[in-house]
Design a protein around this ligand. Sequence first.
Ligand code: NAD
Length: 293
Amino acid sequence: MAKIGFIGLGNMGAPMAANLAKAGHAVIGFDLSPAALEAARAKGVAIAATAAEAVADAEIVVTMLPSGKHVMAVTPELFAAAQPGTLFIDSSTIDVASARAFHDAAVAAGHASLDAPVSGGVGGAEAATLTFMCGGAAAAFATAEPILAAMGKKIVHCGEAGAGQAAKICNNMILGISMIGVCEAFVLAEKLGLSHQALYDVASTSSGQCWSLTTYCPVPGPVPASPANRDYRPGFSAALMLKDLKLSQEAAEQAGAPTALGAAATALYAAFEADGHAGKDFSGIIEWVRTRT
Ligand code: NAD
């Protein structure tokens, strides 16, 4: 069992740290938010007084922070406080350039590193069924894999530094585009007098089939567990979808990749957020699509 420091005990980090503790690891967490600390403590996570204290004795450090700028701000202190040779796993969703800078800084400080963003949301974090997409050296991945297995069920080594973040933003660009496509199809069906159930029954077993339709159906009824059945409470908020789409477009611009539909999805989620819907589930964009004529 490993000694693990866990930095960032928010909606995702707290249940992930709790699952590591449940698996028998010695976990010490830290967060800047007193409310997050209390919530994590209630889930059985030991709490440090500072970030430096959480990592001082750790063999492995997991960070689960909002964005690249948070990761870049806190890691110099963590790298300095940790024992040489500590493995740093960043599971935040951040831009590929920051992920690569995180790896370079970890190596320069004498540590090992892995970018390991996740898919599966808060439900997956609680149930320990997350998918981890990992980028970094084979040795770092080999050390991390059994640790990540306490928090997830699918762990993929995608390639070198930054490859995990690359996989994450490509996946979520598909998701943003496909959700808007499914929403537009339901709104067109409404205008054509076709019932939601009829479109679902056909498309879910035809070539239009996709996750946004069959797992996360944006209209109430056909998929009872989807957020559409609870007034679009997230789930996965529109704000987080927009964040990931912006990361995809930033990366596409830097890499010179043509992403016309990715750009269109980003613009539509930006408009949805600007109209006050950032906190809604991202499938709630169907209500907004309906109002465009
Ligand atoms: P969150 O805002 O709930 O948690 C982030 C936590 O980091 C907060 O509690 C904040 O206080 C803490 N924090 C910020 N700066 C810190 C610092 N310097 N030291 C210590 N703590 C600090 O966010 P979340 O929903 O847990 O998401 C975390 C990451 O996971 C994000 O990058 C997000 O994009 C990604 N993600 C989220 C979901 C989801 O469904 N929520 C799904 C997949 C990936």
